[in-house]
Design a protein around this ligand. Structure first.
Ligand SMILES: C[S@@+](CC[C@H](N)C(=O)[O-])C[C@H]1O[C@@H](n2cnc3c(N)ncnc32)[C@H](O)[C@@H]1O
Length: 214
C-alpha cells in the first residue's frame, strides 16, 4: 500500500494559492491587503528616485529605448517621458499557479495600459527571444539607442536579451537591472566586464550600465 507523503509547507502554500485564485474577488482583496501591510504602493513600482535619474542620465532624450520586461509599466512610463520605448513582455503567468509575480497577468497588463496611455510606446507581447526572431525576420533595423534589461533574471534569460545588442547603435548603452541576482551577475562577469566592445560606465543600486564602443 502506498503511504501518503506529507505535503511540504511550500506545496501547501501553492495549493492554498491555487484554491484562492479560483475566487478572483477574494484573491485580489487579499493581495491588496498584503501589499498594504507590506507598505508596497503600486505607484512606486519599478525603477525610481536616484536609480532612475542615474539611468536617464545615460539614456538621454529623444532616443529609442528597448525595455525587456515591462510588468506594470511604471518604469516604462518614466522612460517614455522623453523617449520612444519599444517594450517586450509576454505577460504569461508561472507554470505552477498561472500568476505573474503573484498577480493575475491580465491585472498587470491592465496596469501597464493605464500607466502608459498616451505615451510613445510599442509593445511586443512576446518573450525576448520570440521578439528578437520577429525583429530579425521582419524589421532587421539597427535603430536602438538604449536597452534596459529587466525580464527573465536567469543566466540564460539575460544571455538571450543580450542578443538584442545586434540592433544597438554604436555609442548606445545597455543597462541591466537586478544585478544582485546570481544569474544576472554571473552573465555580466562572463560576457560584459572583459568585453572589448563594451565599456563599463558605472552602477547605482542594482542597475549597471555599459556603453557599446565598437
Ligand atoms: C521584474 S519585472 C519587470 C519590471 C519592470 N521593468 C519595472 O521596472 O517595473 C519582470 C518582467 O519580465 C517579464 N518576463 C519574463 N520572462 C520574460 C522573457 N523571456 N522575455 C521578456 N520578458 C519576460 C515578466 O512577465 C515580468 O513582467
Amino acid at each position: 500500500m502506498k503511504s501518503k507523503q506529507p505535503q511540504t509547507s511550500s506545496k501547501l502554500r501553492i495549493n492554498l494559492k491555487k484554491t484562492l485564485l479560483k475566487f478572483p474577488f477574494l484573491y485580489r482583496a487579499i493581495h491588496k491587503i498584503l501589499k498594504k501591510a507590506k507598505k508596497i504602493n503600486l505607484n512606486e513600482e519599478g525603477v525610481a528616485g536616484e536609480e532612475l535619474r542615474f539611468l536617464l542620465e545615460y539614456m538621454g532624450k529623444n532616443g529609442i529605448i528597448l525595455e525587456i520586461g515591462i510588468f506594470g509599466g511604471q518604469t516604462t512610463r518614466r522612460l517614455s517621458k522623453n523617449n520612444f520605448v519599444i517594450g517586450i513582455d509576454p505577460y504569461i503567468g508561472d507554470s505552477e499557479t498561472g500568476t505573474l509575480l503573484g498577480e493575475y497577468p491580465e491585472d498587470v497588463y491592465l496596469r501597464f495600459i493605464k500607466n502608459t496611455l498616451g505615451r510613445k510606446i510599442m509593445l511586443f507581447p512576446l518573450t525576448s527571444d520570440e521578439a528578437f526572431n520577429f525583429w530579425n525576420k521582419n524589421i532587421n533595423k539597427k535603430i536602438i539607442n538604449s536597452i534596459f534589461v529587466d525580464g527573465l533574471h536567469t543566466y540564460e534569460g539575460v544571455k538571450t536579451d543580450f542578443q538584442w545588442c545586434k540592433y544597438l547603435k554604436k555609442g548606445g548603452i545597455i543597462a541591466f537591472h537586478d544585478t544582485n541576482l546570481k544569474g544576472v551577475n554571473d552573465f555580466l562577469e562572463d560576457y560584459l566586464f572583459s568585453n572589448q566592445n563594451y565599456q563599463y560606465l558605472g552602477g547605482k543600486h542594482t542597475t549597471k550600465v555599459f556603453k557599446k564602443i565598437k
